[in-house]
Structure formats: structure tokens, C-alpha cells
Design a protein around this ligand. Structure first.
Ligand SMILES: Cc1ncc(COP(=O)(O)O)c(C=O)c1O
Length: 399
């Protein structure tokens, strides 16, 4: 049988068992219970090293801010902190405090956030972290709290809508984010009038940018470059996150090398520091969600499989319509031969993991793994229906 598309050097089938860095997924589930998120520390390290290599190839100075919103579990943050050179992209005061409590220095934390309250601004200014702002209101209220000559970044709305499968929920073009094209000149002027020094221009185009969106991504970079050429105080060009991970076999996310070449082509000539805020690219394929099948039953014309997690544990399929691979933990290579509809355990009709998916035969008590689940899984979880949170563990390779 062909190697499954989702196998990585960490998440593998060994002797017919599903493993992460050599740990049996079944044994981990037995030890910690389900639902369970397991993250691979080596994968996190590999991913940031690949991003570093890609940015190094541009020849520009660069900074990598890990988007903490993607996965804030302590083990993942400790793994990144141990790398020494990865910073944090935070989007709220509590994310900043969380990053500081994991040893990330203030100077390595960048905040990009919108719709900020005065209380948010008070807390963020007190922490002394760099901020990218995206409204006239925030600029004015920020300036009222900081010394004249303080530095600030401006988040621009690049006006392109790119994201996974063209889904509106993950393509941010015409959204609440950023200064719209027509407002950029006024934003620069207002910042100057308020005695703020614009040291950063920022864009973030969407989640899961596909390869075929490269021309649009380049359009956004060209627009960023055009604005950047006018800002004499500029030090950093921050291109946000948005690099995707394959969610299913047919996906072709924008390749890291092509991303880096586009940065070099459009932003390299400006001679500034490049920054990025990648979350998904760092952690998505590092994580797997393990659940137990509690129900297998025919209702109407479907065979239903119920698992012990719902969209409170992982929102991807129900909220965003983003697919997750479903793997039978004890028979990862068994032929897919039964058509199942996989549902979660919440009292919500949207609480579905997959419709009409052909999988190996499943029985009550089986374990099924959802992959990739390292990004925006546990970090977006809730206690809806008082179903509680999944446990999270990080593994290092077995020696
Ligand atoms: C401003 C900003 N930066 C970075 C990220 C991280 O994005 P990704 O996980 O797609 O890399 C997000 C995600 O929502 C974001 O809104």
C-alpha cells in the first residue's frame, strides 16, 4: 500500500501502530485518556528551522514571531523558547503575559491586534511591547498613553482575499482588519501628527494560503512595498502568517520556498528587516487529536460514528468547513471500505467532523485520530455543553 499522505518523520506507522516520535498513540491515550492532543516537539523544531532557512535565503535580516494564538500549550512554548531566536506574535494582553511567563523577552514580543479597548491599551503599554495598530481610534488612544516619539506599526489591509479553499472565513481581504488602501496616507499622516514613529508596516492575508494564490499574495506584497517606499522611519516589513499545512491529500499549500522568493522579489530591494508571524506552519502537523468511538449505528441512510469530542475540542470542520484526516489508530493501514458520517458529542447539529467519509471499518471502543490538529485546536477550545477540554501532552523522541 502507498504511504499515507499524512505520514511525517514524526507521525508514522511503525509495525502497524500509529506513533508520534516513537510513542504509541494507543499507549498515550491509555495513559492520559481521551480526548487527547499530542504534540511532537521535534516537528515544531523542524518547522521553525525550515522557516529560518527560507528566510535566510532572502539575504535580508529577519525575525520570526510565532503566532501564539495557534497553540499556547506550555510544552510547545517551552520547545520554541529553547530555540532562543523565535519571538512571539501576540494578539491580546493575556497572550503577552503568557509569553512573558514562558520566558520570552519583551523585546521578542510583537502585538498585532484590533478593536482594542482602553483597558487593553493600558495593559499592553504597561508591558512595553511593540504594537501594530489598525484603526485611527487605536492610534489616537495609543498616542495618548505613550511618550512622544514612541514607535508603532501600522497594519495595512492588502485588499486581496486569499485563504484555504477560498473560504470566506479564512480570507481576510475585505475585513475588519487593517487600514484600507484609501486610508493609508491619512494613517501615516495621523501617526506623524500624533508624534508616533512608524517603524513597521504589516499585512496578513488569510489562513492556509494555497499555491495558486501566489500571484495575489505577490500583489499584496507589491502594495506593501509601494507604501513602504514612502515611510522613511521604516525598519520592519511584517508579512503576517497564513502559510498553510495540508489538511487533506489534494491540498497544495503555498510552498515555503516560493513564499520566501516572493518576499525577496518584492521586499528585498527595500533593504528592511523582514518579519513573519507564522502559527499554522509551525504547529499544525506537530499535533494529533485522539478520540474514542462511542457509537456506531445506522440512522436513516447513513452509518454514524460518534466520538468523545465535539467542536468545543476542535472547531475546524464544524466552524470553518476545514477537513481533518481521520485515522483508525489500531489499523492505520486497513482498507477504507465503509462510508461513515462522524459526529461529535455536543447538542449542536453543526457538531460534525465528516460527512460520508470512507474509512476502515470502525467499532465502538476504537480510537480514531484527527490530523493535523496542532494549530487552533486546543487554543480555540471551549467548555460548551460542559464537555470540558482535551488534555495536551508534548512528546520528545523515544531514545
Ligand atoms: C495578524 C495575524 N498574524 C498571524 C496569524 C497566524 O496565522 P497562521 O496560523 O495562518 O500562520 C494570524 C492568524 O489569525 C493573524 O491574525
Amino acid at each position: 500500500m502507498d504511504q499515507p499522505w499524512w505520514e511525517t518523520s514524526s507521525f508514522r506507522i511503525e509495525s502497524d501502530r500509529l506513533t508520534l516520535d516513537g510513542h504509541s498513540i494507543r499507549d498515550l491515550a491509555r495513559e492520559h485518556g481521551t480526548p487527547l492532543y499530542v504534540y511532537s516537539a521535534p516537528t515544531v523544531r523542524r518547522q521553525v528551522e525550515q522557516i529560518e532557512q527560507a528566510l535566510r535565503s532572502t539575504g535580508c535580516p529577519f525575525r520570526i514571531y510565532y503566532a501564539l494564538k495557534a497553540n499556547r500549550s506550555s510544552g510547545v512554548l517551552q520547545t520554541l523558547r529553547a530555540q532562543g531566536w523565535v519571538g512571539i506574535d501576540a494578539c491580546s494582553p493575556r497572550e503577552v503575559v503568557h509569553a512573558l511567563s514562558h520566558g520570552f523577552p519583551r523585546s521578542s514580543i510583537s502585538v498585532t491586534a484590533g478593536m482594542l479597548s482602553n483597558r487593553d491599551l493600558d495593559l499592553l503599554v504597561a508591558e512595553g511591547v511593540h504594537m501594530n495598530l489598525d484603526s485611527f481610534s487605536a492610534l489616537q488612544r495609543y498616542a495618548a498613553r505613550v511618550a512622544p516619539g514612541s514607535h508603532v506599526g501600522l497594519r495595512l489591509n492588502p485588499g486581496v482575499e486569499i485563504g484555504y479553499g477560498g473560504r470566506a472565513k479564512v480570507a481576510y481581504g475585505n475585513s475588519k482588519f487593517g487600514f484600507y488602501r484609501d486610508d493609508v496616507q491619512r494613517a501615516l499622516q495621523v501617526a506623524m501628527d500624533l508624534d508616533l514613529v512608524v517603524d513597521t508596516l504589516h499585512i496578513h492575508c488569510g489562513w492556509g494560503i494555497p499555491q495558486d494564490a501566489l500571484p495575489l499574495f505577490e500583489q499584496a506584497l507589491a502594495e506593501l512595498a509601494a507604501v513602504a517606499a514612502q515611510v522613511r522611519s521604516l525598519e520592519v516589513l511584517n508579512v503576517g502568517g497564513g502559510l498553510g499545512a495540508r489538511q487533506q491529500e489534494s491540498d497544495t499549500p503555498l510552498a515555503l520556498d516560493d513564499w520566501a522568493k516572493a518576499l525577496w522579489k518584492h521586499l528585498g530591494p527595500l533593504g528592511k528587516t523582514l518579519a513573519c508571524e507564522l502559527g499554522t506552519q509551525v504547529v499544525a502537523h506537530a499535533g494529533v487529536l485522539v478520540t474514542e468511538v462511542n457509537t456506531v449505528e445506522i440512522k436513516g441512510d447513513r452509518t454514524w460514528v460518534g466520538v468523545d469530542a465535539g467542536h468545543n475540542v476542535n472547531v475546524y470542520p464544524a466552524h470553518y468547513g476545514i477537513p481533518l484526516e481521520i485515522i483508525a489508530v489500531d489499523r492505520p493501514l486497513a482498507p477504507a471500505q465503509v462510508c461513515y458520517t462522524v459526529a461529535g458529542n455536543l447538542n449542536e447539529s453543526v457538531d460534525m467532523f465528516a460527512f460520508d467519509r470512507v474509512l476502515p471499518e470502525l467499532a465502538e471502543g476504537d480510537l480514531v485520530a484527527f490530523f493535523p490538529a496542532g494549530a487552533y485546536g486546543a487554543s480555540m477550545a471551549s467548555d460548551h455543553c460542559m464537555r470540558g477540554w482535551a488534555k495536551e501532552v508534548v512528546v520528545e523522541p523515544l531514545v
